[in-house]
Ligand binder design. Structure first.
Ligand code: SIN
Length: 461
């Protein structure tokens, strides 16, 4: 059986790829399991060198990888090239961090004992990754996993498997032994079930929807696997009266329209204080109007297509719901004349907290504006959701920025900045946005077990 990978900008079939299922997944798990012993026994320096070489190759192939991302995912080439740098950064960081996985010596409670904590790799990791960042969501799982001595079975999105295959090929060219990095693609349910059922897979790491994350978490209970989940968000972008208007417009634009609104950290609700609401709505709408829509390969294009028809229908249903409840379309609000899955960059005013646009992640190029009066109201509105991934604040008050950052129930907060993701800082959510952190030194812990070792009778000869 095979599966067609299509270019979302044109609908053209790029290539047929094999549609794998349980058998291929079990084969990949066996191969990862067999490789685990030798990979985990390498010195950290050796693993670090392999990762560094992989990083160098990813950078050397930046242009090709960028083109592949735009081809299968649709984002503008400039963003794709940015993703390659961002994604490769996780491999570089992991190569460096591999050498810093320390244990502990604990002061003993008895004179003849010595107590240690060893950090050891979790084992085989199943990494299930989404289509919106076909490279970076893989590298930020696989980099730390390999650095810690784990081996991996990657299941990329069936919509964007080509970048995953290219990255895996480069890992082989870097000298990483076959069996350490495995890719299975195809039937998501079959592959997921096989990963969950296997006692050889000791951890599942997933980026994607909250609904699937919950299923994986429940499924992992059967074999008591560890899980890391990076799930959906509902990011508030709060613009206070005292914000610098230009900074707020630029930041909100970046936070909302990155990847045509298709990221978990995209601003989902723009909360604007009443004193600046009109000015902000006008300036922001003007800036949004200037975003060029089109095929990501065309120079100057800032907004590519949405990933598929279902994504457009979701956007349409959210807008219909908002209009039926009194919201006003300030800009856009319909499919783009280019056809396919292109959608006009949209700004909706008079949005209220009971509308779908406020309650759920739209995952498209739609900026809903909500008016608030006080700081307390902004915090209450921002926290009124089960999600808790990213939040953004625009203010010129240092006191307010601290106060509000502390009050927000979110894993990431951007102050006067719309794009804050980096491999050196911990990325992850609270509440139903997930478990665990990716990137930074904290991201390593997700792939390590702690072992307490007690050395007794130390006073005897
Ligand atoms: C995501 O959308 O899941 C990731 C976004 C990021 O890494 O900035």
């Amino acid at each position: 059986m095979s599966w067609q990978v299509c270019n979302p900008a044109t609908g053209e079939v790029i290539v047929d790829v094999p549609c794998m299922g349980q058998k291929e997944t079990n084969d990949a798990i066996s191969s990862a399991y067999e490789s685990f012993y030798s990979w985990s026994k390498l010195t950290a320096t050796k693993r670090s060198k392999y990762l560094r070489k992989w990083y160098d190759l990813l950078i050397a192939h930046k242009e090709d990888l960028g083109q592949l991302i735009t081809l299968e995912q649709g984002k503008p080439l400039k963003e794709s090239l940015g993703e390659v740098s961002y994604g490769a950064g996780f491999i570089e960081f992991s190569a460096e961090e591999a050498k810093r996985i320390y244990g502990d010596i604990i002061p003993a409670t008895l004179p003849d004992r010595r107590l240690f904590v060893l950090k050891q790799p979790v084992g085989v990791v199943g990494a299930i990754t989404p289509w919106n960042f076909p490279l970076a969501m893989i590298t930020r799982k696989v980099g730390p996993a390999l650095a810690c001595g784990c081996t991996v079975v990657i299941k990329p999105s069936e919509l964007t498997p080509l970048t995953a295959l290219a990255a895996a090929e480069l890992s082989l060219q870097a000298g990483i032994p076959p069996g350490v990095v495995n890719v299975v693609m195809g039937n998501a349910a079959d592959i997921g079930d096989a990963l969950l059922a296997s006692t050889q897979v000791r951890k599942i790491t997933f980026t994607g929807s909250t609904a699937v994350g919950k299923k994986l978490m429940a499924g992992a209970a059967g074999t008591v696997k560890r899980v890391s989940l990076e799930l959906g968000g509902n990011a508030p972008c709060i613009v206070f009266d005292d914000a610098d208007l230009d900074v707020a417009v630029k930041g909100a634009l970046a936070a909302k329209f990155r990847n045509s609104g298709q990221t978990c950290v995209c601003a989902n609700r723009v909360l604007v204080q009443e004193g600046i609401y009109e000015k902000f709505a006008n300036a922001f709408s003007k800036a949004v109007q200037n975003l060029q829509v089109g095929d990501g390969f065309i120079e100057g294009v800032a907004q590519g297509p949405l990933i598929n028809e279902a994504a457009v229908q979701k956007v349409e249903s959210f807008i219909k719901d908002a209009i039926s409840k009194g919201a006003k379309v300030l800009l856009g609000g319909k499919r783009h004349s280019l056809g396919m899955t292109f959608y006009e960059p949209t700004v909706i005013g008079d949005v209220k907290s009971d509308m779908l646009l406020s309650r759920e992640e739209v995952f498209g190029p739609v900026a809903p504006l909500l008016l608030f009066k006080t700081e307390e109201e902004a915090i209450r509105l921002a926290n009124d959701t089960n999600a808790g991934l990213a939040a953004y604040i625009f203010t010129n008050s240092i006191q307010r920025s601290w106060r509000v950052s502390e009050a927000l129930e979110y894993g990431l907060v951007g102050i006067n900045e719309g794009i804050i993701s980096t491999e050196v800082a911990p990325f992850g959510g609270v509440k139903q946005s997930g478990l665990g952190r990716e990137g930074s030194k904290y991201g390593m812990d997700e792939y390590l077990e702690m072992k307490y070792v007690c050395l007794g009778n130390m006073n005897s000869n």
